[in-house]
Design a protein around this ligand. Structure first.
Ligand code: MSP
Length: 493
């Protein structure tokens, strides 16, 4: 059986989860559910990045120890996964014992190989980014991302010989042109690597909230070196499970952390004699409806848990994936969400399902008739193109195709007027409608799992898998049970 190993970045639990976190997890969840639908053995990893100065300072502010603080904060991230219906296989925390041991083991391995050495670092550190910056990278003397003063740091540090892997990395880019997706992000990284890779400081002494170095207890492992290793510890590095799932098929990340994933991470893996991941998928940023960055200080952050309480998980998942082409930034507005919810989910999909169930109830004793599908209608569904879009992360295009088929099926009802039909003709129409809804349900299951479950139950459909996306596979004489409408319309205020 083919495997598919998919990850998200692990979030800093220094504050509450935001919509960007939910967006990334939803993308990964759609990939996981899609690959399960295709019969693959999927492993889906998400979690939290809990060490480092940023967390230590956030904990101090609340008068808690870092561990007490993260234990509380992590609950919000798990809740986020629950209410957004994120079907992860493991929620990893970098404070998990197995992760800490694997980090130390790999650090030691790279050290023993001679790729880690002791030196002194003098430089400028941004705690929000958890990274050093060179003078030339600053904007008006401040962090280019957070527009904040940086800490001046001078301390003994262990360096990772990243410079040694520059050519190997460039060769890897060359031989794997699809390593970074979308491809537009690739060249910039290659250009920067060609400017020269510096060795990387991978330990800190000025604070203690981190994993101690195995060879020197005065240092803790640099938080990014620790965090990136979650992808191998999450599948138990060194075990059979690791042999089965590694290399990861897709790491999903936002554009701000591409350098860490496409440069530092593969170099770490080269040094540890581990294969690099197959693909880094870089999504854009969610902004406000005016295109502004969401930030706590601006007070324009949207709480993803409240959003689901207000609109339902399927609607918010659907909206984000339908509205934003993968890789591009996307504006979030409640008006746009409500419009899509009403027009596409309630009017198109919801009505189709409700009308069909009502017809089956009234005209055929709540049974799916013994008939066959009208293949003329199925010609309007291009399964191959949907599959291609799904496999190339063009989710908005896949959804657009699925919904244009749904509107064809609605037209079909209007044309056939089953309320006036009888006998064979009526049976054929009712079977065709049920069969179309079954195929639509399969295709929509990665996006709106709750609604699809409800469709499955109401129609009595059997197991949904991608190879059943063909006409005439709906079981005849199945009893249907009409339930509530799938999506209530929302009034625009
Ligand atoms: N802890 C690091 C990642 C370590 S991965 C080994 C980190 N954490 S984060 O909480 O700041 O961000 C987690 C993910 O959310 C990142 O992929 C980041 O790009 C993404 N997003 C943060 N803000 C975002 C938006 N406004 N929109 C979409 N995604 C955003 O970085």
């Amino acid at each position: 059986m083919d495997k598919f190993y998919v990850t998200t970045a692990i979030d800093y639990p220094s504050s509450k989860p935001h919509l960007g976190h939910a967006y990334e997890k939803t993308i990964a969840d759609v990939m996981a559910r899609w690959n399960r639908l295709k019969g693959k053995d999927v492993f889906f990893l998400t979690g939290t990045d809990e060490h480092g100065l940023k967390i230590q300072r956030a904990a101090e502010k609340e008068g808690k120890t870092p561990k007490e603080f993260v234990d509380l904060q992590v609950k919000n991230f798990k809740k986020l996964c629950e209410v957004w219906n994120i079907s992860y296989d493991r929620f990893i925390r970098t404070t998990d014992k197995d992760h800490e041991l694997i980090c130390q083991q790999i650090f030691q391995k790279v050290y023993d190989k001679g790729d880690i050495y002791l030196g002194t670092y003098e430089g400028l550190y941004c705690t929000d980014c958890e990274r050093f910056y060179l003078e030339k990278d600053l904007v008006e003397g401040k962090c280019p991302v957070h527009n904040k003063e940086l800490d001046v740091v001078k301390e003994k540090t262990y360096y990772f010989k990243m410079s040694k892997y520059q050519n190997q990395l460039l060769n890897y880019f060359e031989n794997n042109p699809e390593f970074i997706y979308p491809i537009s992000k690739r060249q910039e990284i290659i250009n920067r690597v060609k400017e020269g890779l510096l060795d990387l400081s991978v330990s800190r002494t000025s604070f203690s909230w981190g994993i101690p170095l195995p060879n020197d207890k005065n240092h803790v492992i640099y938080v990014w070196f620790d965090a990136l290793l979650n992808y191998v510890s999450g599948v138990s590095y060194g075990s059979d499970k690791f042999g089965k799932y590694w290399p990861a098929d897709v790491h999903n990340i936002g554009k701000d952390i591409l350098w860490f994933h496409s440069v530092i991470w593969p170099c770490m893996l080269f040094a540890a004699d581990i294969k690099p991941p197959k693909k880094i998928c870089v999504h854009g940023f969610i902004t406000t409806s005016t295109g502004a960055k969401m930030s706590k200080s601006l007070g324009n952050v949207i709480d993803p848990i409240q959003l689901v309480e207000r609109y339902g998980c399927d609607s918010v998942r659907y909206f984000l994936l339908r509205e934003i082409p993968f890789g591009e930034d996307g504006r979030f507005s409640e008006e746009a969400l409500i419009t899509r919810h009403n027009n596409e989910l309630a009017n198109e999909l919801g009505n189709l399902v409700y009308r069909t169930l009502s017809l089956l109830e009234k005209k055929n004793n709540s049974l799916i008739p013994d008939s066959s599908s009208d293949l003329e209608l199925f010609k309007k569904l291009d399964i191959n193109s949907i599959e291609q879009h799904m496999d190339s992360y063009e989710f908005h295009l896949a959804l657009s195709e699925i919904f244009s088929f749904i509107s064809e099926v609605n037209k079909y009802i209007n044309e056939k007027q089953p309320w006036k039909q009888q006998g064979h003709e009526l049976n054929k129409t009712l079977y065709t409608l049920s069969d179309s809804i079954r195929v639509v349900a399969i295709l929509l299951s990665p996006f709106i799992p709750n609604a699809v479950n409800s469709i499955k139950q109401q129609f009595g459909f059997e197991e949904l898998s991608f190879d059943k996306c063909k006409p005439n596979l709906t079981k005849k004489n199945t009893k249907i049970t009409k339930g509530n409408v799938l999506f209530e319309k929302i009034l625009l205020q």
